[in-house]
Ligand binder design. Structure first.
Ligand code: BUP
Length: 450
C-alpha cells in the first residue's frame, strides 16, 4: 500500500461497552482510507464479545498477548471485566516487541481509556503517537480529568467542574470512588493523571448532547493542559449483511408505529430477582407495550435462570398481548431504529445513550452503577429523556416498587414534548454523521495527526 497512509492499531479493553465503540471507530476510519487493525485479547470475558470478534473480517484482527494475572491478589468477588482490564494494563511492556513485528509499520495507536496510564508511557518511549478513545460521555471525561487532582480524590463531596459548567453531586459519582483502594478507583485516578500525555482524546459524543462540557474541555476550563478533545459521535453501527429477522424482531414488526418501550440494562448490569419481579409487575401494570431483555447475571456465560423462574410461570402468557420478554442478546441498534419503538428504559451505558440519540428514541433513565448517573444527567439535560433521580443504584439493594415504575413508564411514553426534544436530538445526531458533519471533520483532523 501507500506508505504515506497511516496504519493505526486500535486497542480496546474488556466488555461490550468498550469493544463496540472500537469496532465502530475501526469501520469509520477504514471508510476514510485509514488502515486499521483491531487488537483482540482472547479468550474474552463474555460470549457477546467473542461473537462480535468472530463476525469481523479476520484481516482486521491481530491477537494481543497478555500476561495472566494472579487472582489471589484481588478479592474473589472482583468484577471479571475489571480483572481482564487490569491484566491488559499490566501487559503494556509487551507492546514494543509486538509493534516491531507489524508490517506495514505502525504509525500510531488508539487505546482504550481504561488502559491509558500503562500504555501511554510505553507508546511515548517508543515514539509512537497515541490517542485515547474515551468510551463514556464527555461529562464523564471531565470528571476523569479532574478527579485525580482533587485535594481529596474520594467521592466525599460534590464535584464542581469548570466553574459550575458541570456539577456532579456525590450521589451521582460512581460508588467505588468512595473507596480509594478499589481497583476501579486506582485505575480511574491513574488514567485521569495520564490523560495529559495523550496526543488527543476521542469521545463518542456530539455537540448537541453536551455542548458546554465539550467547549469547556477544549478551552482549558476543565483542566489546563488537556490534549485536544475530539467529538466523533454518534459512531454509526457497522453495516451488516441483512439477515432473517429473529422472532423478537418479528414480534416488533407486528406492533403499531411508535408504540413500544424497549427495556435493557446493558451487557454487564444484572438485577436482583426481587427487582426483576417488581420491574415485571411495573411493566405489566403500566399498560404500555414493551420489549424487555432480562439479565440476572453479570457475565452472559453465567446466565442460568429461566424467565419462568424469574418472573413466574404465568407471566409471559399474561402479558403476551402487550409485552415480549427475552433473555438472549438482541441487535439493539436494529431494535432502537425499528418503527414500532418509541421509548427506551435504559441503564444509560454510554453506547446505549448514543444509539438512542441516533434513533430519536426517548429514554427513561435508570442508572444502576459506574458512570451511569453522570450519563443519565446528560440524557435529562439534553432533552433526550427523563431520569427519576430517586431510583436506586444496584449497590443500594433497595427495590424500586412496581407502582412507581408503572407511573414513570406511562409518563415517559405519553410525553409528546419529550418526543419532540428527542426528535431534535436525533436531527442533530444525523447532521453530525452526515458528509461534512462533525464526524467527518474529526476524521479529517485525525487523518493528518495519525
Ligand atoms: Br444487553 C445488549 N444487544 O442485548 P453500553 C447490548 N447490546 O446490541 P454496557 C446489544 O451492547 P459499559 C444486547 O447496543 C451497546 O452497543 C448495545 O454498551 C449492545 O452498556 C452495547 O450501552 C452495550 O455502553 O457497557 O454494556 O453496560 O459498562 O462499558 O457501559
Amino acid at each position: 500500500g501507500d506508505t504515506n497512509l497511516p496504519r493505526v492499531l486500535l486497542l480496546p479493553s474488556s466488555g461490550m461497552g468498550h469493544l463496540v465503540p472500537f469496532v465502530r471507530l475501526a469501520s469509520a476510519l477504514s471508510e476514510r482510507c485509514i488502515s486499521v487493525s483491531l487488537l483482540a485479547v482472547r479468550p474474552t470475558i463474555s460470549a457477546a464479545e467473542s461473537l462480535l470478534l468472530s463476525s469481523l473480517p479476520s484481516s482486521l484482527l491481530l491477537d494481543f498477548p497478555i500476561k495472566p494475572l494472579d487472582p489471589s491478589l484481588f478479592p474473589p468477588s472482583s468484577d471479571p471485566f475489571f480483572l481482564q482490564m487490569e491484566a491488559l494494563r499490566r501487559s503494556a511492556d509487551l507492546l514494543p516487541s509486538f509493534i516491531s513485528t507489524c508490517s506495514p509499520p505502525v504509525s500510531s495507536l488508539i487505546i482504550d481509556i481504561s488502559i491509558a496510564s500503562s500504555f501511554l508511557p510505553v507508546a511515548a518511549a517508543a515514539k509512537i503517537p497515541c490517542f485515547v478513545l474515551f468510551t463514556s460521555s464527555a461529562s464523564m471525561l471531565a470528571l476523569c480529568s479532574v478527579f485525580a487532582f482533587l485535594s481529596t480524590p474520594t467521592a466525599g463531596a460534590d464535584v464542581n467542574i469548570a466553574g459550575g459548567v458541570l456539577k456532579i453531586p456525590t450521589s451521582s459519582l460512581p460508588p467505588p470512588l468512595r473507596d480509594p483502594n478499589h481497583l476501579f478507583t486506582t485505575q480511574f485516578v491513574e488514567n485521569g493523571r495520564a490523560l495529559a500525555q495523550a496526543n488527543g482524546i476521542l469521545v463518542n459524543t456530539f455537540s448537541a448532547l453536551e455542548p458546554e462540557v465539550l467547549v469547556a474541555l477544549n478551552s482549558g476550563a476543565v483542566l489546563p493542559g488537556l490534549p485536544p478533545v475530539i467529538a466523533i459521535g454518534p459512531l454509526p453501527p457497522v453495516k451488516k449483511q441483512p439477515s432473517l429477522p429473529s422472532p423478537a424482531l418479528r414480534w416488533l414488526d407486528e406492533q403499531q408505529e411508535k408504540s413500544v418501550m424497549y427495556v435493557s440494562f446493558g451487557s454487564r448490569t444484572a438485577m436482583s430477582k426481587e427487582q426483576i419481579r417488581a420491574l415485571g409487575a411495573g411493566l405489566e401494570n403500566s399498560g404500555c407495550r414493551f420489549f424487555w431483555v432480562v439479565k440476572s447475571a453479570k457475565v452472559d456465560r453465567e446466565e442460568v435462570m429461566e424467565i419462568e423462574e424469574l418472573l413466574g410461570e404465568e407471566y409471559a402468557k399474561r402479558v403476551e398481548e402487550r409485552g415480549l420478554v427475552v433473555k438472549e442478546w438482541v441487535e439493539q441498534e436494529v431494535v432502537l431504529s425499528h418503527r414500532a419503538v418509541a421509548g427506551f428504559m435504559s441503564h444509560c451505558g454510554w453506547n446505549s445513550v448514543t444509539e438512542a440519540a441516533a434513533a430519536g428514541v426517548r429514554i427513561l433513565a435508570w442508572p444502576r452503577m459506574g458512570d451511569q448517573r453522570v450519563n443519565a444527567a446528560v440524557v435529562a439535560r439534553s432533552g433526550l429523556g427523563i431520569w427519576p433521580e430517586k431510583w436506586a443504584w444496584e449497590a443500594e439493594e433497595r427495590v424500586v416498587a412496581a407502582e412507581e415504575i408503572a407511573v414513570k413508564v406511562r409518563e415517559m411514553m405519553r410525553d409528546e414534548r419529550l418526543a419532540e426534544t428527542a426528535a431534535q436530538v436525533q436531527a442533530e445526531a444525523t447532521a453530525a454523521v452526515q458528509e461534512g458533519g462533525s464526524l467527518d471533520q474529526s476524521c479529517g483532523y485525525l487523518l493528518k495527526k495519525l
